[in-house]
Design a protein around this ligand. Structure first.
Ligand code: G6P
Length: 618
């Protein structure tokens, strides 16, 4: 939700922050802006629309835009509609202080009123603008003051969340940064420093980073960086190294990030399994999870598991519930993080709470984690982004290692989340004695075989594109699945909604006759998930019921299934695997189907309207 980036150092800052904005655009893309200190004054430019709109405005003046420090922003509107005026950076009354902000200032209305009473005038409808005026206050009263002191003083009045970067002509050779609740990462180069909402905007310049934590601030100057808390007490922090490359955050020959990431599913799964599968010549197979060793005993004592997440990560959690109950024989439930945190959950130290998040920054998931910890539960994270807030605040966890996911619609992260959940369930099942040696080995063997099976499904891409063409005329879809396929139905429908704006409902197939069947006619097709598993016959009956009402059916079924072709209008085949692992295969055609539908409709698949990759507001 909004991306911020800043640079200070020996190079011209403008191209660096513009590159940064492009990398961050997936976080928000309704307007963008930049402010640059050119050695004499602050220049700024803003534009509604994509980063490219800002760039074309800048291209007319770029010769004048030369300076060693700059801050920039790409917006996902919360307060005030997308417009030039509401785009960041926002400035104080005299245009002396410029702020970019990710987060929400909850008490902005009161602050704005108070500042207006004091004589400040506002140009935008945003919550962010109050920050610029708050930071202006100390300069008005005391004249000579450091920018960081003015920022810290201003932040004392603020409720809500912020990740900010500030520059000022009053104290120009620095960028002041602060965070509470919104991610901030600092880049440490050779006599140059960066600030950004995430590493993708930094990795092109340096791989050395410092993660700023909540209630921390920093001053970045060309040759030094100071970090302190919001009371200005100095803090020593270590410099970490990003373990991925800029090329991983580029399209690499694919037309879209989403397409590239769907095709990265098999390698994402290989990466989550790397060094974690135990496959002894004798004895049982199991999983080795370094990230949970420290909490092993507490985890094994847990009497129940609660999984909480949002969006696609939540659907991965629904699959995980079955894993834990079926293989570890431990009761498990799944809750939307936004519901869990307000539900007064009955959890205690006998509960293992698992939080799944690709970004590790989703505000609702983070707050749910904090709530669970407050109530004494063991908090585990299944997180992709290393060093993210959820990863840091979890007691322990499993990193996905799926690499950067840029497409707003999550694809490879889902696959790797299922991989991480399967590993955790296998580990728990073995340790709790619920999975026998033989079953353990069988599971490990099949987990290892999955990436190759996924590649086989991906090789059917051209056929799936043809099906997308065939079904392009339909505006409404029903996705049906049972047990392991129910979350896949939900995820498939979500993918279609997110990027093609087609209405799609995911349903538990058994519930079809309690309502959705009323919708079925020749214009309302059904995507039926029907792999050969113990509930196969049930879904066949559902397909028959749909056909009896003139509904069209596109089925996903297991290779060699001769029956289904006689019932469904179209069939996509996936290889045979263990029931628990079918979601890893059946989700791929649904990802591709949504992708091709959106491309055929001429839509921007990587940046669908109204959405953002990382939702850091409630
Ligand atoms: C947003 C994204 C989804 C994602 C969800 C949860 O809505 O558009 O793709 O599934 O957030 O994000 P997380 O990073 O916590 O997995």
């Amino acid at each position: 939700m909004c991306g911020i980036v800043g640079y200070i150092g020996k190079r011209n800052a403008l191209p660096i922050v513009i590159d940064g904005l492009r990398a961050l655009e997936y976080r928000g893309y309704d307007s963008a802006g930049v402010a640059l200190w050119d050695g004499a004054k602050i220049r700024f430019e803003k534009a509604a629309g994509r980063v490219s709109a800002l760039e074309s405005r800048l291209s007319r003046k770029s010769t004048l835009w030369n300076g060693k420090s700059a801050i920039a922003h790409t917006r996902w509107a919360t307060h005030g509609k997308p417009s030039d005026r509401n785009a960041h950076p926002h400035a104080d009354c005299q245009g002396g202080i410029f702020v970019v902000h990710n987060g929400i200032i909850e008490n902005y209305a009161e602050l704005r009123e108070a500042l207006i009473r004091e004589g400040h005038s506002f140009l935008s409808e945003t919550d962010t603008e109050v920050l610029a005026h708050l930071f202006e206050r100390p300069f008005l009263s005391s004249g000579k003051i450091f920018l960081e002191d003015a920022v810290l003083e201003g932040l004392r009045h603020v409720d809500g969340t912020f990740g900010i970067a500030v520059i000022s002509k009053h104290d120009p050779e620095k960028i002041v940064v602060a965070r509470r609740g919104s991610p901030i990462i600092l880049g440490v180069g050779d006599e140059e420093y960066l600030v950004a909402s995430d590493a993708s905007a930094i990795v092109g310049v340096t791989k050395n980073v410092v993660y700023l934590h909540d209630n921390e601030a920093a001053v970045l100057a060309p040759s030094q960086m100071q970090i302190f808390n919001l009371s200005k007490k100095a803090i020593q922090k270590s410099v970490d190294k990003i373990d991925w490359d800029i090329s991983q955050a580029q399209k690499g020959g694919f037309d879209h990030f989403m397409q590239k990431e769907i095709f990265e599913g098999p390698s994402a799964l290989e990466n989550v399994f790397l060094g974690r599968l135990i496959d002894p010549p004798t004895g049982g197979g199991s999983a080795k999870l370094g990230g949970i060793v420290a909490v092993r005993d507490r985890l094994l004592r847990a009497k129940k598991i609660i999984i909480s997440a949002c969006g696609t990560s939540y659907y991965a959690g629904l699959v995980g519930k079955h894993y834990f109950e079926e293989f570890a024989k431990i009761p498990a439930s799944v809750e939307y993080a936004s519901e869990f945190r307000y539900s007064n959950p009955v959890i205690d130290s006998d509960t293992a709470a698992i939080f799944i998040s690709q970004s590790g920054e989703t505000a609702d998931t983070l707050e749910a984690l904090r709530e669970a910890k407050k109530r004494g539960a063991l908090a585990l994270g299944i997180v992709n982004v290393v060093g993210s807030t959820i990863a840091r605040e979890s007691d322990a966890g499993v990193y996905n290692h799926a690499g950067p996911e840029i497409g707003v619609a999550s694809t490879k992260a889902f696959v790797s989340q299922l991989g991480a959940l399967a590993l955790l369930a296998l580990f728990l099942g073995r340790e709790r004695g619920a999975v026998s040696d033989v079953l353990g080995q069988k599971l490990v063997r099949e987990l290892k075989a999955m990436p190759a099976k996924m590649k086989r499904v991906l090789s059917g891409d051209a056929e799936i594109k043809k099906l997308a063409e065939k079904y392009l005329k339909y505006k409404n879809f029903l996705y049906l699945g049972r047990k392991y396929q129910f979350p896949v139905a939900l995820e498939g429908a979500l993918k279609l909604k997110e990027i093609s704006y087609r209405h799609a409902e995911g349903y538990a197939s058994g519930e079809m006759k309690h309502g959705p069947i009323a919708l079925i006619d020749e214009n309302f097709p059904t995507v039926a998930l029907a792999p050969k598993d113990p509930v196969y016959e049930k879904i066949l009956s559902n397909i028959q019921e749909i056909k009896a009402r003139n509904g069209r059916v596109l089925a996903v079924a297991t290779e060699g299934d001769a029956k289904i072709g006689k019932l469904a209008d179209d069939v996509i085949f996936i290889p045979q695997t263990l029931e628990m692992l079918t979601p890893l295969l059946s989700v791929i055609p649904l990802q591709l189907f949504a992708y091709h539908t959106a491309v055929l409709l001429g839509l921007d698949v990587d940046k669908p309207r109204n959405l953002a990759k990382s939702v850091t507001v409630e």
